[in-house]
Structure formats: C-alpha cells, structure tokens
Design a protein around this ligand. Structure first.
Ligand SMILES: [Zn+2]
Length: 136
C-alpha cells in the first residue's frame, strides 16, 4: 500500500514536471518572438494526440491522466497559436539595437542591417551591446 502511495506521488510529480515544461518554451517564444525553427506539424500532431488521449483517459475514469492530458494539451495549443501569431517576426532581444537608417531591430551578431544594408553603428559592433540607440 505504501508503495502505491509513493508511485502515485511520483506520478503526480511527473504530471507537474511535464505540464510545467511547456511553459518554459512558451515564455522563450514570448521573449524572442522567434518561431521559424518550430515545426507546426509536430505541435499539431502533439496536440491532436494529447487531445485524443484526454478523451480516452476521461472514458477510462483516470483522474491523473485526464489532468496530465489537459495540462499538456493546453500549452501545446498555445504554442500553435504563438507559431501562427509570430510567423513573420524575427528574433527579438531587449539588448538588440535599432538600425539608425530604417529603424528596424538589429541582431547582436549582425555587422550590417539585414533590412536595408546599413552598417551597424560602431558602438554596437561588439556583442556586449546592452544599451539601445533609438535615434542620433
Ligand atoms: Zn536598416
């Protein structure tokens, strides 16, 4: 009986870990707005599989699996929404300076603006730039 309690505790711990893990990905996407490298197919298949298992877990009356499936399906659906919402966005970081010519955001390791070709201001040519130049 004690072993069963221990197993249940570990199972709930695993549910918490699994469902929490997705929120770290959601937070990264929220910060950097970069989704070009994320597979839509992967996330749609994941959400569909999780969704189906939510229904079967419900039919089987398994509380822990219903909670696990709901708690993992929701963040995967949110990631799908982020992929759609940010599909045209580029990598963003608070430390990224803006281009003095066109005003678009420059990535830290760029020497030239990818949007207009302007050379990056010399003070930002190191990778340590942490201040932001808005205009001259
Ligand atoms: Zn530019």
């Amino acid at each position: 009986m004690e072993n069963l309690d221990l197993m249940q505790t570990f199972s709930w711990l695993a549910v918490i870990l699994l469902s929490t893990s997705y929120w770290f990905q959601i937070w990264k996407i929220h910060l950097h707005k970069e989704v070009r490298d994320l597979s839509m197919t992967y996330h749609v298949l994941l959400a569909t599989g999780f969704g189906i298992l939510t229904w079967t877990a419900w039919a089987e009356g398994s509380t822990i699996f219903v909670v696990k499936q709901v708690a993992t399906t929701i963040p995967v659906v949110i990631i799908i929404g982020q992929i759609i919402y940010h599909k045209d966005d580029h990598w963003h970081d608070e430390a990224d300076p803006d281009c003095l010519s066109c005003g678009k955001e420059l990535e830290l390791d760029w020497d030239f603006c990818a949007h207009c070709g302007e050379k990056k201001p010399s003070e930002f040519l190191t990778k340590e730039g942490d201040s932001k130049v808005v205009s001259i």
